[in-house]
Each structure stands twice: as structure tokens, then as C-alpha cells.
Ligand binder design. Structure first.
Ligand code: DQA
Length: 165
């Protein structure tokens, strides 16, 4: 198989309150901090041969701005929108609007929790949803999205121009 001409890049988006991971309800969300999760994602990305960048914000508008900007440089998104998962038309519109595949992630199993967490504004437009595996939810999502991007690379990137073509 020919070597890939481009690095596949994936953006990891963390929504509100995820900056508190490690000390926020550890029985629900685990003891890993956001920095530890991002470090694990960077390590896995290197193994998979992709690059990751991560962004966290507590603000809906900042998340929308980030998605719009990052879409210029990434093939897809891993998204834990936190509480905005259940409420944000704006974040949904941004993700759908930039037309990049995304995987919805939750540390907790949202379906085993309060009814208001069973509704997602994102899930029906996601490539898939990973929920309930703590830190590993992010890692599983990264693997799945990287596989998807490798398989579909020719459809979302123009073929490299060749001097001999
Ligand atoms: C969460 C689940 C959401 O319901 C909650 O609002 C969060 C975290 C999770 O990762 O389990 O902030 O997305």
C-alpha cells in the first residue's frame, strides 16, 4: 500500500466542567484529570499514526468557534460536550455544519443516569457514541474515528498533486 501523503489530524473537544475532572464526582467520572486523558490520547494517537489536538471550554460559543476553526485543519472530532450534549442546538449545528465526522463520548453511562441525560442533541448525527468506559471512552472513540478516517481518506482529502502527473 502506498504511504499516506498527509497526517490525519483529529480534534478532541471537551465541554463544560470537564476541566474539573479528577476532583469532580470521582465515583461517576473517575479519577483521571483532563491533562491525563489528553496525555493518554496523545500517546494512543502516536501509536495509531494520527495527530490530536484538544480543546476545553465551559462556554457554548467558544466551543462553536473552536469547531468552526478546527474543521479547517482536522479530519474529524471526538466530542465530549458535557451538559451541552443534552441541550445545545448551536453545537450540533456547528458539528453538522462543518461536515466532519465526529464521535460522541461520555465518561459515564448516560443511559444509566437521569432521564434528561438520555437525550443527545448530537448522537443522531454522530458516527457513533461511546459512553460508560471512563477515560477509555475517549481512547475507544479515537481508535474508531482514526479507522474511519483512514478508510475514507480519499473522500475527504483531495488526492495529493504529483509533479509527474
Ligand atoms: C458527561 C455526561 C453528561 O451528562 C454530563 O453533563 C457531563 C459529563 C460524561 O462524560 O459522562 O458533564 O458528558
Amino acid at each position: 500500500m502506498a504511504a499516506r501523503q498527509h497526517t490525519v489530524k483529529i480534534a478532541v473537544v471537551h465541554g463544560p466542567n470537564l476541566n474539573l475532572l479528577g476532583r469532580r464526582e470521582p465515583a461517576v467520572y473517575g479519577s483521571a484529570t483532563l491533562a491525563e486523558i489528553n496525555a493518554a490520547l496523545t500517546t494512543l494517537a502516536a501509536e495509531l499514526g494520527v495527530e490530536v489536538e484538544s480543546f476545553q471550554s465551559n462556554g457554548e460559543g467558544a466551543l462553536v468557534d473552536y469547531v468552526q476553526g478546527a474543521a479547517e485543519r482536522v479530519g474529524g472530532f471526538v466530542v465530549n460536550a458535557g451538559g451541552y450534549t443534552h441541550t445545545s442546538v448551536a453545537l450540533r449545528d456547528a458539528l453538522v455544519g462543518v461536515a466532519r465526522p465526529f464521535v460522541e463520548v461520555h465518561l459515564s453511562n448516560v443511559f444509566a443516569r437521569e432521564a434528561f441525560r438520555h437525550r443527545s442533541m448530537l448522537a443522531d448525527r454522530a458516527l457513533g457514541v461511546v459512553s460508560g468506559f471512563g477515560r477509555d471512552s475517549y481512547l475507544l472513540a479515537l481508535r474508531a474515528l482514526a479507522d474511519h478516517l483512514f478508510q475514507t481518506e480519499h473522500t475527504w482529502r483531495a488526492p495529493p498533486t504529483s509533479a509527474t502527473a
